[in-house]
Each structure stands twice: as structure tokens, then as C-alpha cells.
Ligand binder design. Structure first.
Ligand code: 5GP
Ligand code: MN
Length: 324
């Protein structure tokens, strides 16, 4: 697998590196680390993400180089797709990217559909950044401080700061090496967790206010509408992480966050006005629930998009509580 990827990279110059819409720390960290590593090999890759890079990740090297426009897909010989369970996760350009001669799929989602010509899917990895760490070592690039910072951010955020069930020994082993390579954990944490704008805190207030709990006390639901974003002067990307408040409530097995997107701006390649995030306490598999609604994800964190109307959507979510 690794050999196939390396030989493809050695024989290719026009590489597209892409990750999913609404990128999280792992998506961005993996994308940037891979871009920086390829540059060391003198391979110029285009870094693509349909959505803007959330402001809190703009401290990462090369984050300004990520393009939101794909351009002519015919110029690429190879596409490397990072942290995507399905190719559609990259957004509406998936239809063009699909036509690139060789697609390399690098991911850790258990719901991955093996959409690539080469698939490096390792579901035991805590983050895609863990796989990228192995890959960069294999291709013989030294992990310098900028690369280390990107990978560290990926592992830190995808493991929920080493707290989620995907936190494995590799997370600690690799992060130890990344810290040795020059990462300052305090500095990264400060950027990632310590810089909420006042607008974001006001949105959090509305998010907490929207909390609803199922009758049996096992399901929590937060709802963030476009109106709330407008009122507080925030964007959908500011919602990132707020579901954790719903997840942390005692006895909650399933936490849900519904967010509304403005019409015409669906968050994924899939259509839908609402995006629903699901988190479990580890006792249930939310990837299965997400799949039943047309989405995907991991056992403890998953999501889907829907065009349902809000009352109907809420009703079908509260129905899930009965099985908990
Ligand atoms: P989040 O709730 O933070 O947006 O996403 C949690 C996880 O669920 C992500 O790692 C992602 O893999 C998956 N996920 C979220 N939304 C979607 C979606 O609309 N479609 C699919 N296939 N997966 C999703
Ligand atoms: Mn990930």
C-alpha cells in the first residue's frame, strides 16, 4: 500500500491534495502536513478544501495556501483525498475529482467506502494525521517543526485532547516525537482552544439555551439556526466543538447538534439544509445511526445532512432516545 503510494508520488508531479468540507483539525493538519512534505520532495501539490479554513486553524503553516477553487481537474495526474469516508465529502467538486486518473484514499473512518484506486484506510488510527505521520516517515522526509505542528494539531483535535475512545498509544508515541521535533503543546492548545471571540461565546449561550433532553434523560439535543448565527455575527464554523457541552451532561448516551445552513450552501456534497452531528458516550454506535440517515462517521462521532423540516427532524431524533 505504502509502496504503491510512494511509487505513484515518485513518478508524478501534478498532485491534488484534498480534504472534506467543514474541515476539522485533523483534516487541515493532515492536508497541510502532506503538502509541506511533498514540497520537500519537490512535488508541487495543490491544496484544496471547498470550505474556508476556520480562523482558529489559520495559525498553521501554509493554511493560507489552501484553495477553495479546484480549477481544471484535467491537469492532475493523482489526487490524494484525506480524512474522507466517501469521495463526496470533498463537496461538489467530487464529480470532477473522480475523473483524475489515480485517486489515493487515505483515511481512518470505519465507514470508508474504499473509493480510491489505492486505499490506505487504517481504522485503528486515532486520526488521519497518524497515518500521514507514518507515510511521511516512509517517504523519507524529516518531520520538521512546521510539519510536526500540523500533525500534532490533527491528533490533538481528533482525540478530543487525548480523551476520546480513539486515543491510542500511537497518539502519545507520535505526539512525543512531534514535541521533540519542536511543537509547543501550550502554544497549539492556546490557538485551538483558547481564543473564542466574544461573538462565539454569545453563540454558545444560545446553544446552551437551546438544549433539550429526552424524557429518559439519555439524549441531548442542541439546535442552532441561521437566525442565531446572524444575531451573534458568527458563522457555521464557530459552532465547532459546542456539541461537547451536550455530550458532557451526566447520563447522556447520545448527544445531537442540529445546525442550519443558509439555502444554497449545503455543508457537504450531500444535499441538505441541516447538518446533524452525533456523539455517543461509547455505549452506542453513532456511525450506524448516521448511515441510516445517509451520512457516516465513527463509532463515537458521526453526522449527516438532511432536507427534512426542523420539527420532523427533531421528532425523528427524539425517537432515537427510545432505543437507548
Ligand atoms: P462533525 O459532527 O464534527 O461534523 O463530524 C463528526 C464525524 O462525522 C466526522 O469525522 C465525519 O467523518 C462524520 N460526518 C459528519 N458529517 C457527515 C456527513 O454529512 N456525511 C458523512 N458521510 N460523514 C459525516
Ligand atoms: Mn479525522
Amino acid at each position: 500500500m505504502m509502496d504503491q503510494i510512494i511509487s505513484r508520488l515518485n513518478n508524478n508531479q501534478n498532485v491534488l491534495l484534498a480534504t472534506h468540507v467543514n474541515p476539522d483539525g485533523d483534516a487541515i493538519g493532515s492536508l497541510l502536513a502532506m503538502g509541506l512534505a511533498l514540497e520537500k520532495l519537490k512535488i508541487e501539490a495543490k491544496l484544496f478544501c471547498q470550505s474556508p479554513i476556520p480562523p482558529l486553524y489559520r495559525f498553521l503553516p501554509w493554511s493560507h495556501r489552501v484553495c477553495r477553487i479546484l480549477g481544471d481537474h484535467r491537469k492532475y495526474e493523482t489526487a490524494i483525498i484525506l480524512d474522507c469516508g466517501e469521495l463526496e465529502r470533498i463537496g461538489k467538486e467530487a464529480q470532477w475529482v473522480r475523473q483524475i486518473p489515480v485517486i489515493i484514499n487515505i483515511d481512518h473512518h470505519s465507514t470508508n467506502t474504499y473509493f480510491g484506486h489505492i486505499n490506505y484506510v487504517y481504522t485503528k488510527a486515532c486520526a488521519t494525521a497518524e497515518i500521514i505521520y507514518y507515510l511521511i516517515n516512509e517517504i523519507g522526509v524529516t518531520i520538521n517543526q512546521p510539519i510536526a505542528r500540523c500533525l500534532y494539531t490533527g491528533i490533538l483535535t481528533d482525540t478530543g485532547s487525548f480523551r476520546l475512545t480513539n486515543t491510542n498509544h500511537a497518539a502519545f508515541e507520535i505526539c512525543q516525537k512531534l514535541v521533540k521535533a519542536g511543537v509547543d503543546p501550550h502554544d497549539v492548545a492556546k490557538h485551538v482552544y483558547g481564543q473564542y471571540s466574544l461573538a462565539r461565546i454569545k453563540l454558545l449561550n444560545l446553544a446552551l439555551d437551546s438544549l433539550e433532553i429526552s424524557k429518559n434523560g439519555k439524549l441531548s439535543l442542541m439546535t442552532l439556526t441561521h437566525k442565531m448565527l446572524k444575531e451573534t455575527g458568527t458563522q457555521n464554523e464557530d459552532i465547532d466543538g459546542m456539541i461537547n457541552y451536550a455530550r458532557r451532561i451526566k447520563n447522556i448516551k447520545l448527544a445531537v447538534l442540529i445546525q442550519e445552513y443558509q439555502k444554497g450552501h449545503p455543508p457537504t456534497g450531500e444535499k441538505g439544509r441541516y447538518h446533524v452531528s452525533l456523539r455517543s458516550d461509547g455505549s452506542i454506535d453513532v456511525a450506524n445511526i448516521a448511515i441510516s440517515f445517509g451520512g457516516g462517521g465513527h463509532v463515537t462521532a458521526a453526522g449527516f445532512c438532511t432536507e427534512s423540516r426542523l420539527p420532523h427532524l427533531k421528532k425523528s431524533i427524539f425517537k432515537l432516545a427510545e432505543a437507548l
